[in-house]
Design a protein around this ligand. Structure first.
Ligand code: SF4
Length: 469
């Protein structure tokens, strides 16, 4: 039996960004509401920068914790006169990232003014660029890629921010969505492969807003216009909206985990609703891996849509056999492994009256290290289930991510080098079924060559220069 010494239940998001321009007087606190909607993308820090309008300098507030902890009221935001904002919620990449100075947005001064920058993603050539800049005398105060971009802009020497970005951003390799302001305009940028999502909306007739996910637009009553294209720079200011492509588009590679786990179910990405995609993943899984069972349950929250799809397709009752304690928060908000391990039991409970004597199908969206699955199977058995069948609404995760999603090493991935039967035995399930690659792609409905699915295939759209691969 596998005891799951190394834990960490899921792949981890790496931040949510937003920001915009508005002629109205409520943009700063609308930005705060948008951050609430993006909270699931990161709970370790939050921040908002406000510039333009009546602000002489860019105002910044950021801190560790949830949006509600950093902004317990919107009073100070209502007092801000600025009409340009940048907002950020952060999931730190690894335990080293758990430092207040890395909370975003970052605010930096250079000879042409100020820059407030927030980003989501990871630069593959960040270490090389950093070294290059340090050799030329740059001093970094944080480990953030946002600071790296600020240094590159400052060294470009042009007072025109758009021109500076157009010159330096093509040097960046990897996965990124940046939102930044110089107090005159807000700029959104997406990498040439479009790994990380970034969408654009209208704020009535008053302005425009950018956000990692469209659920933020619904919250602030913004009207979705379109996704920012890979390689595109959009500029929002007094003159409206303008756009230019600053990098040629390469193989489109939106992270498929946005659909499987990261994004909120009420978000649409590239025109696909996340909840409906998950339900279809569950339906396809039921056709591929039926189970002789009495009931189906899903792991709250991200697997419930897939579980309901599985139950519908299989003609089995869907039961809420696993109950989540909503006041614990996501298990990974505690950075240490030991705390995360304790977090799983604090968070979920199996309902004995529902599972006792039953053959139970548990649908989960993914298995990474397998420790959550082990705990779930044990929990449901302890509550009296006769059989436990695990069904996973994605293929086996067999490779690590180089694009800013916090994944374990390949050796720590339970499905790496193991058959499904071996994984089932390690987690103590009576059977296991993983969705096929074809089933995943057809369920989501985007062409397979427009998404990154490297953690399932080990075929990377951009090779990792740091690994020399
Ligand atoms: Fe997403 Fe996996 Fe690709 Fe990383 S490797 S971007 S987690 S699909």
């Amino acid at each position: 039996m596998y005891h799951g010494a190394i834990i960490g239940p899921k792949l981890k998001e790496s931040c949510g960004v937003c920001g915009g321009f508005s002629r109205g007087d409520n943009l700063p606190y609308l930005t705060c509401f948008a951050l609430y909607a993006l909270q699931h993308r990161g709970q370790e820090s939050a921040g908002i920068a406000v510039g333009g309008g009546g602000e002489k300098k860019i105002w910044l507030k950021r801190g560790m914790g949830l949006v509600s902890e950093v902004f317990p009221t919107t009073d100070e935001l209502k007092e801000r006169r600025g009409n340009l904002t940048v907002g950020h919620v952060r999931y730190s990449y690894g335990e080293e990232g758990w430092h207040p100075e890395n909370a975003q947005p970052l605010l930096l001064k250079y000879r042409h003014g100020e820059l407030a920058i927030a980003h989501n993603g990871l630069l593959l050539n960040g270490p090389q660029l950093r070294e290059e800049l340090e050799e030329k005398g740059a001093i970094f105060q944080t480990g953030s890629d946002s600071e790296l971009l600020a240094h590159l802009v400052a060294r470009q020497g042009s007072p025109d921010l758009e021109e500076s970005l157009a010159a330096v951003v093509p040097r960046l390799a990897g996965a990124f969505a940046f939102v930044l302001t110089d107090g005159k305009k807000v700029i959104g940028l997406r990498d040439r492969h479009g790994f990380r999502p970034l969408s654009l909306a209208a704020l009535g007739n008053e302005g425009y807003f950018l956000a990692s996910e469209t659920c933020a637009f619904d919250t602030i009553r913004a009207r979705f216009l379109r996704d920012v294209e890979p390689g595109e720079m959009v500029v929002l200011d007094q003159n409206g909206l303008r756009s230019r492509r600053i990098m040629p588009e390469e193989q489109p590679s939106l992270c498929i985990f946005e659909f499987i786990y990261f994004a909120r179910p009420d978000s649409n990405i590239h025109g696909v609703n996340v909840h409906l995609a998950r339900r279809e993943l569950g339906r396809t899984l039921a056709r591929e891996h039926p189970a002789a069972a009495d009931m189906v349950t899903g792991v709250p929250d991200s697997s419930i849509a897939a579980a309901s799809g599985y139950a519908e397709e299989a003609g089995l009752p869907y039961e809420m056999a696993l109950v989540k304690n909503r006041y614990i928060g996501r298990t990974f908000i505690q950075p240490s492994q030991k705390l995360r391990e304790e977090g799983v039991d604090l968070k979920l409970n199996a309902v004995r009256k529902i599972v006792e004597g039953k053959r139970v199908v548990i649908v989960d969206d993914s298995i990474v290290r397998g420790t959550t699955s082990l705990k779930l199977v044990r929990m449901v058995r302890r509550a009296g289930a006769r059989e436990v069948h695990l069904r996973i609404s994605s293929p086996p995760v067999i490779a690590s991510c180089f694009y800013g999603i916090d994944t374990p090493t390949q050796e720590e991935l339970i499905a790496h080098g193991r058959t499904p039967a071996e994984v089932a035995e390690m987690v103590g399930a009576d059977s296991i079924g993983f969705l096929s690659h074809e089933g995943m792609i057809s369920s989501i409905g985007l062409p397979g060559d427009r998404v990154c699915q490297a953690c399932f295939t080990a075929r990377y759209p951009v090779l990792n220069p740091a690994a020399g691969s």
